[in-house]
Design a protein around this ligand. Structure first.
Ligand SMILES: [Zn+2]
Length: 342
């Protein structure tokens, strides 16, 4: 067991320098599991699929099969493209520096500190797949034996503020059908593209749910496709819409039901909005994105906190401030102590 404190900057860079684009997290998982074992953690590599696994660590001191009271959790997959770490001034640049390998390093540092101060009630749940469907978190939820933990401190970039609530997601696909015809005789056909356009215009005038904390529902028409050739009346067209929800998705589905006069509506994905626990003494804010939290209910009442800004996550300039990262490790300790004594 190593007694030296975790070097948050070195740990962040070591993780960033291993490409772990979603689907290819194996090498990073292997490195992380070995690193935690080297520091005396008891580590389970939880299978997610043939090539990938979550890394779940406990202090090893409690009775076998018992769960920690608090877990720190984040993901170690990243969006593409990979680029390695470099330091410029107070910043660590690199893919995952902000989302979420710096966060992971800060969580390891704080858990290590709590453990070396004699607190064995803290665990670590690091998952794959957050950036594409959350298959890692879904699997990790199954690993919460014996009732899981009391509190889940999830890490995503919040500029070291606690989340009050996060929006949910509803993805719907609109499919319009028509009848092909030579475009010189449009009256012989039925344009699917025209139906789809009319539907999308109608959608703009539909009142969508509002919430006093999260604000109004908004949406993006992110994908649109249709038609076969410029001189053919289009026989089919479809659009995919991502709503950022503020309440139960059923309310949105009820509001858009009148669109079914012109198109078929296919339900693709629904992730609920989440209310989060806060702790006095921390800045708090609402965040418009979703996280792995809805997929980890067995790991306890959720909190959301992490260094770095969501505005640089997923960009070519992704970075985290070293000062913010170092401060985060201390904030995580404070949060855990407040929760453990509650
Ligand atoms: Zn993330």
């Amino acid at each position: 067991m190593t007694a030296d404190p975790v070097d948050v900057v070195a740990l962040t860079r070591a993780l960033v320098d291993i490409d772990s684009t979603t689907g290819c997290e194996r090498a990073a998982g292997r490195w992380l599991a070995d690193y935690l074992r080297g520091r005396g953690w008891s580590v389970v590599e939880q299978r997610v699929d043939d090539a990938r696994f979550n890394v779940i660590a406990t202090s090893g001191d409690p009775a076998p099969g018992s769960s920690p009271e608090i877990v720190f959790s984040t993901h170690f997959d990243c969006v593409p493209p990979f680029f390695p770490s470099r330091i410029e001034g107070d910043r660590i640049y690199g893919r995952g520096a902000c989302d979420a390998k710096g966060i992971l390093a800060a969580q390891v540092a704080s858990a290590d500190r709590l453990r070396s101060d004699g607190d064995s009630r803290v665990g670590l749940v690091f998952v794959v797949g957050e950036e594409r469907g959350s298959d890692g978190a879904r699997a990790a939820n199954e690993a919460a034996h014996g009732g899981g933990s009391r509190f889940l401190i999830d890490g995503e970039p919040t500029d070291n503020r606690l989340g009050v609530a996060t929006r949910g997601i509803l993805r719907l696909k609109l499919r319009a059908g028509g009848r092909a015809a030579h475009s010189s005789f449009p009256e012989l056909g039925e344009s699917a593209i025209d139906k789809l356009i009319d539907t999308l215009v109608e959608l703009r005038s539909i009142a969508l749910p509002r919430d006093p904390v999260l604000g109004r529902t908004h949406y993006t028409v992110g994908l649109i496709a249709g038609g076969v050739a410029p001189n053919v009346v289009s026989p089919s067209a479809e659009a995919e819409i991502m709503f950022r929800t503020v309440s139960d998705a059923a309310e949105v589905r009820r509001a858009v039901a009148p669109l079914e006069r012109r198109v078929a509506i296919e339900h693709v994905l629904d992730v609920p909005p989440v209310r989060l626990r806060t702790v006095p003494g921390f800045d708090a804010a609402v965040f418009p994105y979703t996280t792995d939290i809805p997929f980890l209910p067995r790991w306890g009442e959720p909190l959301l906190f992490g260094p770095g800004s969501i505005h640089v996550a997923h960009t070519a300039d992704e970075f985290v401030s070293i000062a913010e990262l170092t401060a985060a490790a201390g904030h995580y300790v404070t949060l855990a102590r407040a929760l453990l004594s509650s």
